[in-house]
Design a protein. Structure first.
Length: 275
């Protein structure tokens, strides 16, 4: 009977773990004898959850035994009047029924335990507010990480796209989602056309490469979205969008002239054109 009870308690755990045995758990670890760590483990959420689960399984086992005895009381009492082979057969059937009885009662607990494990896992994976700030500060201030990020961005762009960026007169950007390379050559009567059209991580790569080679980047969220959705690659910008783009080019020329007069470098990055 003890073996049957142990089997009834082990089977649900094996089913829950998909019959994967944790061999690391049986290794001797003297660090677990630390009193301070032991107290921390006592008040840990997972420890409390396991304690509550063990108590529930104990209650379910006792309840299963009670209901099983009540349901098969007559069969259990009359086994003593049967032959040894009939007794073995009856107990085999009763044992199987008891195990199924216990598993049926254990299903809600297994479901709740899996749900708790899911939420506990996500809770443990979350970082504290100060940890997020520290990681952001380290990543943003680390030149090696910045260099690796720029390299990753450049790997997203092929040679043809880089050449199109280099030939663009400016990059019209919606800061993190859209990058439009505009080619404009008024001296040869070429109207503004879409030379580069990228979104998401490719847009960030376009902006990073344009900044590296000195192509002006103008941030205008509304106009960048309009051109991205209205035009395909190598299409000419027309109507009101054409006037808006020309206004930006006029503004860029004014910035260039002011920079020449003041003998200072041009700073168009992070600028927002308001039309």
């Amino acid at each position: 009977m003890i073996f049957i009870s142990a089997l009834a308690a082990i089977i649900p755990s094996l089913i829950q773990s998909k019959f994967i045995l944790a061999t690391e758990a049986i290794k001797l670890d003297f660090k677990k004898l630390d009193i301070v760590q032991g107290i921390k483990r006592l008040v840990d959420k997972r420890a409390l959850k396991n304690l509550f689960k063990a108590l529930l399984f104990l209650a379910i086992f006792i309840s299963s035994c009670y209901f099983f005895i009540q349901s098969y009381q007559s069969t259990l009492l009359f086994t003593q009047r049967k032959t040894i082979w009939h007794i073995i057969y009856d107990w085999r059937i009763l044992t199987l029924k008891f195990v199924l009885f216990f598993l049926l009662f254990s299903l809600p607990i297994l479901f709740l335990d899996a749900l708790c494990e899911y939420f506990l896992h996500h809770s443990e994976m979350k970082m504290e507010k100060h940890e997020v700030k520290r990681e952001y500060k380290e990543n943003e201030g680390n030149p090696e990480i910045k260099s690796a990020r720029r390299g990753a961005h450049q790997e997203l762009l092929n040679a043809e796209t880089k050449q199109a960026i280099a030939q663009s007169s400016m990059i019209l950007a919606n800061p993190t989602h859209i990058a439009i390379g505009i080619y404009f050559d008024p001296d040869n009567s070429i109207l503004p056309l879409v030379a580069v059209r990228m979104a998401n991580q490719y847009a960030l790569a376009v902006q990073a490469y344009a900044k590296q080679i000195g192509i002006p980047i103008v941030r205008n969220i509304k106009l960048a979205r309009q051109i991205y959705h209205r035009y395909r690659l190598y299409e000419t910008v027309v109507k009101q969008d054409l006037l808006d783009v020309i206004d930006i080019f006029i503004w860029l020329k004014q910035v260039e002239m002011a920079a020449i007069l003041e003998n200072s470098p041009i700073e168009t990055e992070n600028s927002e054109q308001k039309l």
